[in-house]
Structure formats: structure tokens, C-alpha cells
Design a protein around this ligand. Sequence first.
Ligand SMILES: NC(=O)C1=CN([C@@H]2O[C@H](COP(=O)(O)OP(=O)(O)OC[C@H]3O[C@@H](n4cnc5c(N)ncnc54)[C@H](O)[C@@H]3O)[C@@H](O)[C@H]2O)[C@@H](O)CC1
Ligand SMILES: [K+]
Length: 498
Amino acid sequence: MRSAHTVGIVREAEAALMARLPQGALMRRAATGLAVVCARLLPRVYGSRVVLLVGGGDNGGDALYAGADLSARGADVRAVLAGDRAHEGGLAALRAAGGRIADFQEDTAEDTLFDADLIVDGMLGIGGRGGLRAPHAVLAGLAATAPAPVVAVDLPSGVDADTGEVTGHAVRADVTVTFGTYKPGLFIDPGADRAGRVHLVDIGLGPELPGPSLLSFEDADIAPLLPVPDAESDKYRRGLLAVRAGSAHYRGAAVLTVGGALRTGVGMVRYAGPSPVVDQVLARWPEVVADDVDPLSSTDLDPGRAAAVVIGPGRGVLPGNVDELHVVLESDLPVLADADALTIIAAGTLSDLVRTRTAPTLLTPHAGELARLLDTDREEVEARRLEHVTRAARELNCTVLLKGSTTLIAHPGSPVAANGTGTPLLATAGSGDVLSGIIGALMASGLPATEAAVCGAHLHGRAAVLAHDGAPISASDLLSGIPRAIARIRGHNRTKGM
Ligand SMILES: NC(=O)C1=CN([C@@H]2O[C@H](COP(=O)(O)OP(=O)(O)OC[C@H]3O[C@@H](n4cnc5c(N)ncnc54)[C@H](O)[C@@H]3O)[C@@H](O)[C@H]2O)[C@@H](O)CC1
Ligand SMILES: [K+]
């Protein structure tokens, strides 16, 4: 598990640590770690051409000291100064080690960057605010087109450390070397996409840091959470998931939600819906117990011995659907509400019920649905996803999973989790229905809503990567990837444990 902390927390922790250390010690630690990673990226250090892009703050200082280390090992190091000032100690160190230093010049910058074997982005770190201005923006553009790999110092310049937002230009790094703790923006797109592979350099900050602001999970963290049926498990003890998805108009939503649950592994899926949908679900998944009920007219909505309920995908927003959702939310069962159920909640009638339920509740909106839940615009949510998912969890007093290129999971009072798996190909019709089924199965197996959401999002992304094999995928293909993803993740855990 990788923990990230916001800039405010990092600054406080650094101040506390610096007070106990000789001046400059932290920067030396950071720069040494950075130089080690840079050296690994070069076929050999001696004779390699390293170009440092140096901003006016301490991020530039890190780059200059690391450059001095590389220069002392025989690299040809050139610093391009992007700010109107630069870290004095770093400049002196690089000069003393034989490096060359020049101010940014529009007509020579391109040749300098295109001749490099390695480019080090030390323009802006956690002190960066807003979009890159010239000449930073020009250098970021040249670094993106130059053939050499780009190493970002602490974070890619132009990425907001706390949110991953990019306004205008930002550096695109192959590797980011970050110091002391991860920054949230390294795990949230578009920042995550700009950061490439991220290395953490330990500068001794750990004891000064409070609990994380954001978490990112890896296979090894997910494996122990996945439910393992034992010899004693019967179908009820393994969990019965009630699925309330699909309608005469959207039959596929039922098939995909049920499929996501079955492929993940659950004691039993009990489907309830209109008879043409029941027929279709049974034709594809004969192992399902299906009840022929028309949610638009039936009053018998008892979810039976269910351990959890998934409601909403393709279900409809008619008065009968509102009644069905009402009954489900009034139950004491864990509930996952998606799609049409979110539209009903956003309309206001049932949001108080969501807020006051004592059983676990998970909402799984995309940006548009979250915007409706919060009465704001989709663009606002897209621009500041972390802020909005946190606000929704707090205001609706439940777990909220915001889908998108980085899926975020928030629960009141807990650090947000950023999902790191997946592929852009997941943005396909029905993919969300499969996700609801996966998470529903995990909730029915007894995982708390937040853990089920974190595990489910991870599995869903892994399944997509395994299923696509270089070609576009449909939501049905995704289903076949789920058991393979579970096997991979479990396998990883076994290797780790040996
Ligand atoms: N504080 C510490 O103890 C440590 C800090 N370290 C490094 O120091 C960095 C933070 O240093 P600073 O606080 O000096 O901040 P930065 O080096 O990130 O940048 C600050 C400078 O950039 C300018 N700037 C901000 N936004 C800009 C924009 N959009 N376009 C152009 N210029 C812009 C500011 O005017 C300021 O001069 C960290 O990211 C890390 O790399 C490390 O050396 C480890 C120890
Ligand atoms: K940087």
C-alpha cells in the first residue's frame, strides 16, 4: 500500500524534521536518492549527457545537487535555468563538480534538450501553483518531444501535488522520484498519467507524518481481502446477493451485473425483474435463482435472505422504481446503488434515507451522476474529482466510488483510495454494470463497503487489462477477465508469503 500526504502536511513534517538536522541535510538526502535513480536510467554515467531543467525553488536545488553527483561521476551535466533565480548552494555544487550552467534561451533550448541522454525536470515541485508559465511551459513541451527519458523531481512540473490537476502544460515524465512520502496528485489522473513510474526516496520523514491523506493499493494489499470459501462454506454463508438491475428496455444491464457477481464468486445470486429480463438472465446464467417480479407494480420487494443488494443499473426511474429503491434502502442490508438508483437519489426524495441508514451504503457514480448528487456541473467534478468525491461521502454519510480514468473511493473520516488498475478501454457501455456486480459479490461475502469498493475497482481494472490483449474490449469480454484477475492477484500473494 502506498500512502500519500498533502502539501500542507508534507511542509509541516519537513519543518519538524529540518529543525533536528543540520541545514541542507534533507535536500542532500533527496538529491542523493534522485542521482541514484538517474544513474540507473543511463547505460553508463561516465560521458552521458544530462540536462537539468532548473526552477527558482528548492525543487531546482534537488536537481542541481543530483546533477553535481552525476557530474562528479563523469557525466556531462548542463543546467538550463528556467527561473529568474536558482538555488545558490546547488549552483555552487554543480559548478564545483564541473557542470555547465546557462539561462534559458529560446533559440538554443531545443538543441540542448534533443542532444540529451537524460532530462531531469527540476522546475516545480510542491511549491508549484497553477499552469506552467513560459519558459517552464516551453521546456515542458521540448522535453515531451525530445527522445531522452524524462525524470521528474518530486512530481512532474505543472501537476498539482494535492489533486493531480493539470492546467495547461505539464511535464510528461517516464519516472518520478518523489521524496519523503507520495503526493496524492501522483495517483490521480491526469497527474498519475504524467508521472510514469514513481520511486519513493526515504528522507527520514516517516516519524513526522500523520495518517495518510490518500492510499493507493497494489495486488499484495488486495489479495488478503479477497474472500476465500472454505470447506464449511455453504451457499448462504458464502453470501446471497440480491440483484435489482435491468428492465424491459435495458435487459443487458441485468445480464452484466449478475455476470460480474458470478464471475467474482458469491454463494448465490438472486435476481428479481420483469419476466423477459428473467428469461434472458437465466439463458445466460442458469445458476441464478430468478424471481419474476415487475418492480413497477409489485409490492413484494423482500430481498429474502440476501447478504447485500445491488440496485440501479438499467432499472429505470419511474415511480415503481422509486418505491423499490425505498424498500431496499429501508432494509438493514448493505446496499450498492448505481446508475438509475443514483438518479432517483439525486432527485432528492431518498437522499435523507441514504444519509441516515445504519447499514453500509455504497454509491458508485460517474462524474455526471456525482454532479447531479451534489447539484453542481459535470465539468466541476471532472476538474476537481478528489474534492467532490470527498464532499459527497461527507454530505451523504456513506461510501462513494467515483468512476473515471482514476477511480476514487471516499468514506467519511477515512483517507481516500485511488485505484491504480485499468485501461482507457474500460470506458465502454456496460462496464459499470459489471463493476456493480463485482463489488456486490464482495459485499455479500462480508467485506465492508469501502474495502469491497477498493477490491472491486482493483479487480475490474485488472480484469480489463487481462481481457483486452491489445484489442478493444466489450463489457462481456470483461467478465472473462475477472477469474483470471483473481487468480493473478492470489498468486501474487502466495509468492509474497513464501
Ligand atoms: N522542504 C524540504 O524540506 C524539502 C524540499 N525538497 C524539494 O523542495 C521542493 C519544494 O520547494 P519550494 O517550496 O521552493 O517550491 P518549488 O521548487 O516547487 O517552486 C517554487 C517556485 O516556483 C515558482 N512557481 C510556482 N508556480 C509556478 C508556475 N506555475 N510557473 C512558474 N513558476 C512557478 C514560485 O514563484 C517559486 O519561486 C519539493 O518539491 C522538493 O523537490 C526536497 O529537497 C526535500 C526537502
Ligand atoms: K519537478
